[in-house]
Ligand binder design. Sequence first.
Ligand code: ZN
Length: 430
Amino acid sequence: MHRLSTLACVFLALGVTAAGAPAGVTAIKAGRLLDVGAEKVRENVVIVVEGGRVKEIASAVPAGAAVIDLSHQTVLPGLIDGHTHVLIQGDATAEDYDAQLLKESLPYRTLRATGAMRIALEHGFTTLRDIGNEGAGFADVDLKRAVEAGVIVGPRLFVATKALAPTGAYGLSGYAWELTVPKGVEMCDGADACRRAVRDQIAHGADWIKVYADRSYYKQADGQIRSLPNFTLEEMTAIVDQAHRTRRKVAAHSMTPTGHAIALAAGVDSIEHGDVFDDATVRAMAERAVYWCPTLTVLDFVAGPRSATNPIWRDLQEAVKESFRRALKGGVPIVLGTDAGGFDWDKINQAEELRRYVDLGMTPWQALRSATVTAAAMLGQEGTLGTIAPGARADIIAVAGDPLRDITATERVAFVMKDGVVVRGPGAKP
Ligand SMILES: [Zn+2]
C-alpha cells in the first residue's frame, strides 16, 4: 500500500498517468512525416498523441495540447530491431563470450543490459526482438517487465529466453571435462524433451522460441559453404509444432542451406543470419513468407577477429552479399536485424544496418520498411508498431536530415518518443 502511494506521487510529479503515458494531449509539429507503409512524405502535419497512442494526424494543433516542434525535422516511426541480445556486450571471439558467462554475475549482466537498452532507445529503437539471452535464465523476461512497469526506461522487448540447441552444439565448450560450466542455451535432445523445453520457456514468459539449426560452417570441395545440422527434422518439427500450438513463433539461427532445409521443412517463422542462400531457400522463404534477419552489422564486426582462426568468416561475409541480392529480388520479406550485443552496444550504432541494406540494393524506403512495417508484421503487431497512424503506439523519432536521400541520417536521431513519453530531444525527462 505504502509502495503504491509512493509510486502515485512520482507519476503525479512527472505529469504522467499510472499507465506510464503522459497526461493530456501532445501535438508534434512534423515538418516532414515519412508514411513508411504508403512510401509517401507528408509535409507540415501535426501528430496528435494521447494516452500513449497516436490519436490522429491533423493539420493544426488542437486547443490545449502541449506542443513539440519538429517542424525542421524528418519524423518517422520508432525503429524495430528484429535480432538483438541485450544481455551480451560484444563477443567478437569465444574468449569475449566466455568471460561474460563465467566472470559476470547474472545481476551484473542484467544491469549492463539496462545500459544497452538505454543506448538502443536513444538511437531510435523503440522495440527489440531480443532473440536469446545467452545463459541468463529468464532475466530477459524481467527486463521486459521492468520496462512495462516503468521501473527502467528502455525499448519494448519481445523475448526468446534461453534458446535451444542439442547437446554439444553450443558453448561454453573446451573446458576440462570435470568442470560444469554454464551453457549459453538450453540443450534438449529428442522430440519429447524438446517439447518440454518449449513448454517451460513459454511458461516462464517466452514470446518467441529460438533454435540453433546449424553450426561449424565449412567450405566443400566444390566451393559451396555448408554446415553441421543441429536438430533432426523430428526434433525441429516438435519444437515448431509445440510453439505454434501455444501461438508462439520460432526463429532459427541458420547460416547455410544445411540448416535452412531442416528449419524450413519444420515450418519456422524466421531465419536468422542466413548468410548462404541457394535458389531453393529463397523460393521456399518467399512462397511461405518466412522472414529473414540478415544481421550484416555483426558479421562485419566479427569477421576480422574470427577469421584469424577460421577463414570461413571472410567467405561468409562475401556470400551474404550475394544472398541479400537474391533474397531481395526473390521477394523474401526482410526484417532489419543486427545481432546487437554480438557487437558492443556502445561502440556501434545498430542503425548502421540500414546503410548496409541500401549499399546492397534496397531503396531507402525498402530499408525503412524492414525496420518498421515488415518488422511489425513479423511480430504480429501490424497497425500497432512501426507506423504513425491513429491507434498505433506513439513510438516516434526524428532526424535532422533526409533518410530518403542519405539513409545514414537514421544514425543521428535527435528525438525519440516511446509510448507517448519523450526520452530524447525537446521535452525529454532527464
Ligand atoms: Zn544473435
